[in-house]
Design a protein around this ligand. Structure first.
Ligand SMILES: [Mn+2]
Length: 389
């Protein structure tokens, strides 16, 4: 069985209010080309199809058109698409039945009773157990094992078994995720890898944006990573994974195919921090004809002048690059700092840093327990917001 493993498309994502439709269309075109060339048996899209649970009409059209083109590129292929934490699980399944006409299987929600919804048989090739966004509280005890046992019963031919989920497993590399604000990544909602049981030949994961194998000693648990960077912190190559498994029990063979972003996310300086004047110089020297999104990393002692962003943005006039963000790091944070923040500063700082500052101003030590409680509350707030949509 040959699988194209991808996840975290985040269609509809805007970067500091810049529309990214062109890049996303380009990425989708590259997906079609890879399918034409590789002819996989299964196309696995493991969650975070959209960036928000309420994508616009044009973004939904972009996905639907892309799925048709991907199907047309190799009509025998099954396309299995699960919902991630950014997607609405119920909306993901609206067109579940009509999509099946194009061998597109849309799985948005965990079905505790109907296992067959999660088990997709690819005749003569293998089985895929498709699980959308999974975290401890929405997975019934023994759920993975029951699914694997069911497939073991069915799989009399010894065909490869693939399981897919959108989740965090303990011990993976979070590089690229801001753990203070991306609370579904930070550890509260993460699974021990043992929870998935055994009986699968490959565990295809989505959610973590850096491609990686998760260390299990078996070389068969993998995040494929994002095809397009979602944040400036994703300073690593982006790709899809082509996975081949001969028969049940074999070790999967994995090859990466890089996805090229026509408009890269560039941080200046590329390493470390520059002074404010140094950062402006780097920006004014940036080549006129290279399209890119730019973030500046600036070392400051206090705060940047209020007009700093406009000043830096004016340096990009006549260039193809766009300034997105000025990231500031203070040389030393004074513990007794009581200076009032501007609205812009307030929006740029992580919520947890604001909580720490507030605690300090009240003479309270913000210890590990406090941090844990704060993150738990943030997670509950985020969950509520998601469920309201
Ligand atoms: Mn994601």
């Amino acid at each position: 069985m040959k699988i194209l493993h991808t996840s975290d498309w985040h269609l509809g994502h805007t970067l500091y209010n810049y529309d990214r439709t062109e890049e996303q269309q380009d990425m989708l075109k590259q997906m079609v080309d890879i399918v034409v060339e590789q002819k996989p048996d299964v196309f696995l899209l493991c969650g975070d199809v959209y960036h928000t649970s309420q994508p616009s009409a044009s973004v939904q059209t972009m996905l639907a058109n892309a799925l048709v083109r991907i199907h047309d590129a190799h009509p025998q292929m099954a396309i299995i698409m699960t919902a991630g934490n950014h997607d609405s699980g119920s909306k993901h399944e609206i067109f579940r039945i009509p999509w099946q006409a194009l061998k597109v299987y849309a799985i948005g929600q965990i079905e505790k009773e109907d296992f067959d919804k999660h088990i997709i048989f690819i005749p003569g090739k293998g089985y895929v157990i498709a699980i959308p966004y999974a975290y401890e509280r929405n997975i019934p005890e023994g759920f993975f094992k029951q699914l694997l046992d069911r497939v073991a019963q069915l799989n009399t031919e010894g065909l490869p078994v693939v399981m897919t989920a959108h989740t965090t497993v303990k011990g993976c590399d979070f590089t690229g995720h801001d753990q203070a604000t991306d609370l579904t990544v930070g550890g509260i909602d993460s699974f021990e890898i043992e929870k998935f049981g055994d009986g699968f030949d490959y565990l295809a994961l989505g959610h973590i944006h850096r491609e990686q194998f998760v260390h299990t000693g078996k070389h068969n648990v993998r995040y494929c990573g994002t095809p397009l960077p979602v944040s400036f912190d994703e300073q690593f190559p982006h790709s899809v994974s082509i996975v081949e498994i001969g028969k049940h029990g074999d070790t999967p063979q994995v090859e990466k195919i890089e996805i090229v972003n026509p408009k890269p996310l560039v941080t200046l300086p590329t390493e470390g921090l520059a002074t404010w004047d140094g950062a402006k110089e780097l920006l004014s020297k940036y080549p006129n004809d290279i399209p890119a999104y730019i973030r500046l990393n600036v070392q400051i002692e206090d705060f940047l002048p209020a007009e700093a962003f406009a000043e830096a943005a004016s340096l990009t006039v006549g260039k193809q690059c766009r300034l997105c963000h000025i990231n500031t790091k203070r040389q030393s944070v004074s513990r007794s700092e009581t200076r009032v923040m501007t609205v812009q500063e307030f929006q740029e700082v992580d919520p947890i840093e604001i909580a720490i500052r507030y605690a300090e101003s009240q003479g309270i030590t913000f210890d590990d327990d406090m941090e844990k409680m704060f993150k738990e509350v943030m997670r509950m707030v985020n969950d509520d917001e998601r469920n309201d949509k």
